[in-house]
Design a protein around this ligand. Structure first.
Ligand code: GLV
Ligand code: MN
Ligand code: MN
Length: 414
């Protein structure tokens, strides 16, 4: 398979996976749902066709393995996630899984084995859309999964443990799916950049230096529902007016602070009728900064501010932290190998941080990590307009293959 065919196949396969959605008119593929089953089964077929043995682990990750040229060889992990956000693009996640499969398929076609085995992971959850906690799939593989969240329910009241069981997994034995680390060389992930920097530099790919730390909260505002026509304004305890003030404060706090980003992406109003005063509001809050101390201070400040606003309006508020992940650095040695691979292909090796979260955040607890970003059109992501070019995907395949060659040299058996 030529490079061009391999890149075009990846693009076509991204289109195919984008059809496996919970909603007919937009792409939504949450953890352990029937469309996720279709995506996993399709990925498993493509893995088998590329010469891999395949299994699903106890959380629902799909894992393909391509053996090395000798017994007792080490293993390089590749991959990304198969779940999506709501109204997602086609490339965030699947691009990494499919590029990994394409690299293995090209080895298989040439009947070539490397001095290390390759394992390709299609992680079952990275976005955390269904259970609000990211990296469910990769944290099981890393052995850092938090058992306390197995009782957490989704919007339909289904506990995480039950969703895992329905998907064919085993919530009681997730520890068995921790990947032993003794034979691992590391984990490498190809991912759409999701930002505008590579496009501005006119570069097809770039190397990730670090992944920004990240806090997520679920915040309840509890007031008093009542009749929209009869309760005078000064007697109201309107949960939504309080939440609106708090949201405004979040923007005012975050805007002037260099590198701080804060997002309220979900607002639920109850009981939710035009002629009823909102009695309860729940919002999500996502806060990120490369400096963990600044992020924690900002979160603390936002919580204090919210308590003050709510106290002055007779509104009770409850902050629940649903995620707190520190900034991670990619492995310096792997960054250098990735830079060399890019330079040997004749491109400038640009190193950039990631504002988006990735499975490497969980896997850095297990092994070395590296990420290769692919240029993104207009920096648009988490949106159906997300777009990459087949030519850039072809470069990503080449960089990965060069990376394998450098790693093989290091194993002394090129
Ligand atoms: C995942 O894409 C995240 O950064 O939230
Ligand atoms: Mn994403
Ligand atoms: Mn992603």
């Amino acid at each position: 398979m030529t490079l061009e065919t391999a890149a075009n196949t990846i693009m076509e396969r991204c289109d195919i996976l984008a059809r496996f959605s919970e909603e007919p008119d937009r792409l939504v593929r949450r953890f352990a749902t029937p469309p996720m089953k279709q995506a996993s089964e399709t990925i498993a077929e493509w893995m088998r066709a590329a010469g891999m043995t395949v299994h699903q682990d106890n959380i629902g990750n799909v894992i393909g393995r391509y053996e090395a040229n000798h017994a007792d060889a080490k293993t390089l992990m590749l991959g990304s996630h198969l779940d999506t956000v709501r109204d997602a693009g086609k490339y965030d996640g699947p691009l990494g899984v499919l590029t990994a499969i394409a690299c293995v398929e090209r080895l298989h076609e040439r009947q070539e084995r490397l001095p290390f085995a390759i394992e390709v992971y299609g992680f079952a959850d990275e976005e955390g859309l269904r259970y609000h906690s990211a990296y469910l799939g990769s944290s099981v593989v890393a052995g850092t999964f938090d058992q306390n969240i197995l009782d957490r329910t989704d919007n339909a009241g289904i506990p995480l443990a039950e969703a895992i069981r329905t998907f064919g997994g085993d919530p009681d034995n997730l520890v068995a799916s921790k990947r032993p680390s003794d034979d691992l060389l590391g984990y490498c992930e190809v991912h759409i950049e999701q930002g505008p920097r590579l496009e501005a530099l006119n570069l097809p790919v770039g190397v990730v230096s670090a992944i920004t730390g990240h806090s997520r909260f679920s915040i309840d505002f509890i007031g008093q529902a009542g009749h929209a026509g009869t309760v005078p304004m000064h007697m109201r305890r309107d949960a939504l007016f309080a939440a609106a003030r708090v949201i405004e404060g979040i923007e005012k706090t975050a805007r002037p602070q260099q590198g701080l980003v804060a997002t309220v992406g979900q607002v639920t109003v109850e009981p939710g009728a035009s002629n009823v005063i909102p009695g309860k509001v729940t919002i999500s809050l996502d806060v990120r900064h490369q400096d963990d101390l600044i992020r924690h201070l900002a979160c603390h400040q936002l919580e204090e501010q919210a308590h003050q606003i709510c106290a002055s309006r007779g509104i009770a508020t409850q902050w629940q932290e649903v995620q707190d992940t520190d900034t991670i650095r990619c492995t310096p040695h792997f960054i250098r190998l990735m830079e060399q691979s890019i330079e040997q292909l004749g491109y400038d090796a640009h190193v950039l941080p990631s504002g988006a979260g990735h499975d490497s955040v969980a896997l850095v607890e297990l092994t070395n990590v590296a990420m290769l970003f692919v240029r993104c059109k207009g920096g648009i992501s988490h949106h159906p307009a997300e777009s990459v070019m087949a030519e850039d995907v072809a470069v990503a395949i080449q960089v990965m293959e060069q990376f394998f060659t450098l790693l093989a040299h290091e194993q002394g058996q090129a």
